[in-house]
Ligand binder design. Structure first.
Ligand code: ZN
Length: 174
């Protein structure tokens, strides 16, 4: 396992559409392991492969609250089978848009079909935080970021702040 660099806005890769995988082979398992380590170290509760520059439909999620009891979910080729009509809002952030947060409304429940770490087809009924997290990550696979749900004014402001911050991080004074 190794930690990877997380891409941040305005990297154009984040806007590309990720490709389905053909099977969960050792290469995909390695990718899933690297993504989980990168996500835990960030720290975050979800990460899509595109965020480390790999355009494959793979995400990892762990919304468990207890740091000692990790409950990672490895999700490849997710398909949304249904979404509830009722919405829930959370203040969302994204490892690719550092230190920017905004309230986003999404369906409070979603049912997905996916391939797990062992390549088995699974179905999952997610609700609350898990549903929000999964929908946020599936958006990444389609080149969509949470700021796309905000007004243009708010979105532009957050992009500007994130870019400015990026510049400051890159700046070296010796
Ligand atoms: Zn994100």
């Amino acid at each position: 396992m190794s930690k990877k660099k997380i891409l941040t806005v305005p990297d154009p890769i984040l806007r590309q559409i990720s490709n389905p995988i053909s099977e969960v082979n050792s290469e995909i398992k390695n990718l899933m392991d690297d993504m989980l380590e990168t996500m835990y170290e960030a720290p975050g509760i979800g990460l899509a492969a595109v965020q480390i520059g790999i355009l494959k439909r793979v995400i990892v999620v762990d919304v468990s609250k207890d740091a000692k009891k990790k409950e990672p979910l490895f999700i490849a080729n997710p398909e949304i089978l249904s979404q509830s009509k009722d919405l829930i809002s959370y203040e969302e952030g994204c490892l690719s848009i550092p230190n920017q947060f905004a309230e986003v409304q999404r369906p409070s429940m979603c049912k997905i079909k996916y391939l797990n770490y062992n390549g088995e087809t699974k179905e999952l009924n997610a609700e609350g935080l898990l549903a929000t997290c999964i929908q946020h990550e599936i958006d990444h696979l389609n080149g969509v970021l949470f700021i796309d749900y905000l007004s243009k004014l708010k979105k532009d402001l957050m992009l500007k702040k994130a870019k400015k911050q990026k510049k400051e991080i890159d700046r070296v004074v010796v």
